[in-house]
Design a binder for this molecule. Structure first.
Ligand SMILES: Nc1ncnc2c1ncn2[C@@H]1O[C@H](COP(=O)(O)OP(=O)(O)O)[C@@H](O)[C@H]1O
Ligand SMILES: [Mg+2]
Length: 381
């Protein structure tokens, strides 16, 4: 039986392991937590991500290694890659985990990104205000997620406070992008350079955390083609194997890349029920050299994240067509502890099911935000 080693044992590893079970692929997760949430469905090897002895165990037990989050140190993974295939390649991780490297890499491929500037000294903040204008965003180069490690500069007087908050951490400044909407694109590529592309997904964030995803997003052929081209260019340039997620801003009918994630992605959770082959299954297929699966959508899907605490289960389960994904994580403010999906064959049915789901999840006010997006889907297919 094939075994895949996963560095990291969070919900992404958990959903990979669950997809693996159906394919006859076992997963083993390396995680320092006593009981990471993937441990109920995968073998758990307890150890730090850069624990060389623990990594040796992965070499013994598994035929290929992958990772479920970005902040794994590249050094130990590169070391691991001398002894077993590590997919995606550590180079992709190195690029994605440093916002400055990431922006440089993407813009060198002639793919648009927000104008940016490295922030290493106090005076760089003034230079950023001069060049990028206000407002602009300051983000730490590394370790940010769910909007953490970011500050909005609204006026020049904010520079001191942001500089103090940074405490010398290397950062970048980014021009503020007045986007029309946020989209994401998930591509899977195998070692033979075969690709499959999931449909564009529309995402709504609240306070830097993904709130819901709607898939497929309303998009014309030109936008789809632009997305497809940039996804292939990025994946090819990284010699990528596995699932690559690309976060996008849409501006005046064109796309700009916000960031890339060298892994399965929250905005692709809808693919479990909503696509013929999920992002999790396709990642495993790619890294184990199995043929890639069909990435097309089955219909329309809404994915709603469960953040902080669970809404009442009975109300959720009473919703037609609801799928509950509980990561078995303890409740904590701002923490993603599960997600919910509803699928439908028609836009009208998706509207009904989504509205009922939002109400049951205690988020009825979100309907106002979602409704126009669902409406834009009408007449698309
Ligand atoms: N340059 C920008 N202009 C406007 N909004 C932005 C910009 N960068 C990020 N955001 C908003 O903040 C969210 C989180 O930022 P992101 O860079 O994706 O960091 P994270 O790693 O936390 O996901 C984005 O999804 C978007 O809503
Ligand atoms: Mg992001």
């Amino acid at each position: 039986m094939k075994r895949v080693g996963i560095v990291g044992g969070g919900q992404l590893a958990r959903m990979l392991a669950m997809a693996g079970r159906r394919l006859g692929i076992r997963c083993e997760v390396l995680d320092p937590a006593e009981r990471p949430c993937a441990a109920s469905v995968a073998r758990h090897l307890r150890g730090d991500f850069d624990d060389l002895q623990a990594l040796d165990h992965l070499v013994e037990d598994c035929s290929v290694a992958t990772f479920d989050f970005e902040n794994v140190a590249v050094g130990p993974l590169a070391h691991l890659s001398q002894r077993m295939p590590v997919r995606p390649p550590p180079k992709a991780l190195a690029v994605a985990q440093d916002r400055l490297e990431e922006k440089r890499f993407i813009s060198e491929l002639n793919i648009p990104v927000a104008d940016f500037l490295a922030i290493d000294r106090r005076e760089d903040l003034d230079a950023a205000v001069d060049r990028l204008g206000l407002p602009c965003l300051i983000k730490t180069r590394r370790f940010g997620y769910d909007g953490k490690g970011q500050w909005k500069l609204r006026e020049r007087a904010d520079c001191d406070a942001v500089w103090n908050a940074l405490q010398g951490t290397p950062a970048i400044a980014e021009a503020w992008v007045p986007f029309k909407r946020e989209l994401s694109l998930i591509v899977v590529r195998d070692a033979r350079a075969d690709h499959r592309l999931y449909p564009l997904t529309e995402n709504h964030h609240v306070e830097g955390i993904l709130c819901y995803s709607l898939a497929p997003a309303a998009a014309d052929d030109a936008l789809r083609l632009e997305a497809e081209r940039l996804a292939f260019r990025l994946a090819d340039a990284l010699d990528y194997v596995g699932v690559l997620a690309i976060e996008l801003f849409e501006m005046d009918g064109h796309l700009m890349v916000n960031e890339i994630a060298p892994r399965v992605h929250n905005s692709g959770h809808w693919t479990i029920e909503g696509a013929h082959c999920s992002q999790f299954e396709n990642h495993l297929r790619a890294v184990t050299d199995l043929p890639l699966g069909d990435a097309s959508a089955r219909g329309y899907t809404l994915m709603l994240n469960v953040v902080g605490q669970w809404p009442q289960r009975e109300a959720l389960l009473a919703c037609a067509g609801v799928n509950i994904h509980d990561y078995e994580k303890s409740a904590r403010e701002g923490r993603k502890i599960g997600h919910l999906t509803v699928c439908a064959d028609s836009v009208e049915e998706l509207a009904l099911r989504s509205r009922a789901l939002l109400t049951a999840a205690g988020r009825p006010a979100l309907w106002e935000n979602l409704q126009p997006r669902i409406k834009a889907l009408q007449g698309q297919r």
